[in-house]
Design a protein around this ligand. Structure first.
Ligand code: CP
Length: 321
């Protein structure tokens, strides 16, 4: 356990796409504002202490709906490319979170600023992910609906961890977060920075440094790990819909993990305990973060942000002894 004085003062927090657009809302503006408000309240204990805080967020449900919405209107309005759809989602979610966190701070007499930065993230043009779409976006469908959508829109559709069928898109690995020095400068002056939302707008860069958007959705947990490593931040807090990571999930011998080492979590991952559509990417990100020099990755429920950071809950993944 750590006291409030002992929790790290430099931190990257990654919040899931479901925390900004859960499955159980239709997605009206009012619903999204209310969810952003709840998320801000969950993060408030961390936003109110003197720290350097970077917040990243997912966009899977939102960007999938943006793509679907434009397919429904394409006879009248030309659809945008996937990188622009990611930008739309990053702008919209960043706006809602920035406003909600600042409002929650103001209501508590705190004048701290929150800035949301549009973030481009470079990927490798030859990343094999472009040939094998795996990133789930948008709503869930029945198998029959998914087959019809696939035929009508030429979209790749896959079954997501027993929960239904979803659109899948390429998800190349983040190689470089553009303008990371601006994130660093802002957090050092006390601003809470929202960056790398939705994993960042996926771009490739040529030999002259010219950037071009590409059709993909980058995993925001991997981008979060990358940001933390580049900024030399020791702890990464990944907030999701469950209090702890479990092995043998859903079985009679299910076991929640409290503290595990890097080697232990890699062994569990090799044994197939973490499905690709849900916990898998978070574990990949935690491993990447620790292998990149990070000291502690914590995975816990959004509502347990501060207790998890203090060591009262969550799964803590730490360096090997
Ligand atoms: N881009 C991304 O990883 O979004 P989700 O967290 O919503 O899947």
């Amino acid at each position: 356990m750590r006291t409030l004085n002992e929790v790290p003062r430099r931190l990257v927090i990654a919040i899931g796409g479901n925390a900004v657009h859960p499955e159980d809302i239709s997605g009206t503006s009012d619903e999204q504002k209310a969810v952003a408000r709840q998320t801000a309240e969950a993060l408030l204990p961390l936003a109110q202490i003197d720290n350097e805080l970077v917040i990243t967020h997912g966009n899977g449900p939102v960007v999938g709906k943006i793509m679907m919405r434009q397919m429904l209107t394409m006879s009248r309005i030309p659809p945008m490319s996937m990188d622009i759809c990611v930008a739309h989602s990053q702008g919209g979610i960043g706006y809602l979170l920035m406003q909600a966190i600042e409002n929650a701070l103001r209501e508590n007499g705190n004048q701290r600023h929150v800035a949301s930065l549009l973030t481009q993230v470079e990927v490798d043009a030859d990343d094999p992910a472009f040939r094998n779409p795996t990133k789930f976006v948008g709503p869930f469908f029945s198998e029959e609906e998914a087959k019809n959508i696939s035929k009508e829109l030429n979209w790749a559709m896959r079954e997501d961890s027993g929960r239904g069928w979803r659109h899948v898109v390429p998800s190349p690995k983040p190689k470089h977060v553009c303008d990371i020095s601006l994130v660093d400068a802002l957090v050092k002056r006390g601003t809470i920075v929202i960056a790398g939302g939705g994993g960042g707008m996926p771009v490739i860069r040529d030999a002259k440094g010219v950037r071009t958007g590409v059709p993909a959705v980058i995993d925001k947990d991997l981008t979060s790990a990358h940001i933390a490593n580049v900024l030399d931040i020791d702890e990464l807090l990944i907030l999701t819909a469950v209090p702890r990571v479990a092995v043998n999930f859903g079985k009679s011998n299910q076991k929640e993990l409290t503290e595990v080492t890097l080697d232990e979590i890699k062994a569990y991952h090799r044994e197939g305990h973490f499905p690709p559509g849900s916990m898998g990417p978070k574990i990949d990100a935690a491993i990447r973060f620790l292998e990149g020099g990070g000291k502690r990755a914590i995975i816990s429920h959004l509502d347990h942000a501060m207790p998890a950071l203090r060591g009262e809950t969550g799964t803590h993944i730490v360096q090997n002894p």
